[in-house]
Design a protein around this ligand. Structure first.
Ligand code: GLA
Length: 385
């Protein structure tokens, strides 16, 4: 969490509105393993990071909501009625969505002023969207004393994304951003929303993210399509979600489904299993097994679930051919963003130098490196500021 970011948002709010705001910080997330399993009621293994969104908020007497996106210097004003998503609304739909979902849940809001700014690299697959949604729902809950639990808040954030942004996302990003624990990753059961925290101690290895700088301009439709395939196959199998089936059970409908869809469902079932194996390996300090599982996961994401792209496959292949990288895979929704790599500590600088050079040679553009610190989830800053 950056003091500069918090200071900037706080003082800019004071300057604009001449009053002291409530200040909230909500982080982005990484995910160790378990991609596209969350909306299949399965397991994921995310962690909140030290980068995120700082948001300042206070009531006004105008019964009007005024929002300012500091980083792009854009404003948006709206009233607390007839809220519907804007065409190409970008950040505004996250704001409208959270407000609308709070109202739909039967809570009362009044006019407010809000300013936010972030330091999560955009398009990196580090969930700046969830951080923004969570920062707003958390701040409104504090400002208006709504009495929402953290779980209620993340479900509001998720609904905002479904109904106002148009991405039928799972719950992983909002959960990790809200419930993150310093130095830990969370093994989350997306059906029960119970999680177990695991201290991430990688014994001489470090997590390094390589950002392909390919924007997953998602891919919204590609994402929603994948979800649809999973739901259709679950229906065919007579279960609530793919989490409920084994590979053997899937086999029974193999002849009734296309090869592509079968592979996608197979990936989800196998990835779910990998998450459990990963948590066991983490507990046993089996770094080689952690690495193997990451490479396997990438293979599935690229060849079965088909959510990778050339740049990301190149980065994983580069890692695979490198004895100092024990595991690597695409992270997040896909079609760009970052790879997550486990790199031998002494070798990190050399790895960074090499990967930058090779990526540039191959694609004539730069990749970016992010070193992450696992941090606490969404929180109120004011009291300690
Ligand atoms: C995006 C979604 C998440 C999850 C991941 C893939 O980040 O928001 O819910 O499905 O993709 O694991």
């Amino acid at each position: 969490m950056s003091e500069t970011l918090l200071n900037k948002v706080y003082s800019h709010f004071q300057l604009l509105y001449d009053k002291d705001p409530i200040l909230v910080f909500s982080p982005g997330r990484i995910n160790l393993i378990g991609e596209h399993t969350d909306y299949n009621d399965g397991f994921v293994f995310p962690a909140a990071i030290d980068k995120g969104i700082a948001l300042a908020i206070k009531h006004n007497d105008a019964n009007l909501c005024r929002a300012h996106a500091f980083d792009i210097d854009e404003n948006y004003e709206f009233q607390l009625k007839n809220l519907s998503p804007l065409i190409n609304g970008g950040w505004k739909n996250y704001i409208i969505g959270v407000v609308a979902e709070i109202l739909k849940a039967g809570h009362q809001l009044k006019g407010f002023d809000v300013i936010f700014s972030g330091n999560i690299p955009s398009g990196a697959g580090l969930s700046s969207s969830a951080a923004l949604e969570n920062s707003l729902v958390f701040a409104l809950n504090a400002l208006f004393g709504l009495g929402l639990s953290k779980t209620e808040m993340i479900l509001i954030s998720q609904k905002a994304e479904h109904n106002y942004v148009g991405v039928k996302c799972g719950i992983m990003d909002q959960y990790a951003s809200m419930f993150g624990v310093k130095d830990h990753a969370l093994l989350l059961d997306c059906r029960t929303l119970n999680s177990e925290k695991f201290k991430v101690n990688l014994k001489g290895y470090e997590i390094v993210l390589v950002n392909s700088q390919v924007k997953h301009s998602l891919n919204e439709s590609a994402y929603n399509d994948r979800r649809q395939v999973c739901e259709t196959i679950s229906k065919q199998l007579g279960v609530k979600a793919l989490r409920d089936v084994s590979v053997e059970r899937l086999e029974t409908i193999k002849h009734e489904t296309s090869f592509e869809d079968y592979q996608k469902a197979l990936y989800v079932i196998q990835e779910n299993q990998r998450v459990i194996e990963f948590s066991e390996a983490l507990q046993n300090n089996d770094i080689h097994q952690l690495g193997r599982l990451l490479f396997e996961a990438h293979d599935g994401l690229s060849n079965q679930y088909k959510v990778s792209c050339d740049e990301i496959d190149f980065l994983v292949d580069f890692a695979k051919n490198n004895p100092n990288v024990i595991g690597s895979r695409m992270m997040g929704g896909g079609f760009g963003g970052c790879t997550i790599n486990l790199v031998k500590k002494d070798y990190v600088n050399k790895f960074i130098e090499d990967v930058k050079k090779r990526y540039k040679e191959a694609f004539h553009k730069d990749c970016k490196i992010h070193r992450v610190v696992l941090s606490e989830g969404t929180r109120l800053i004011n009291n300690t500021f």
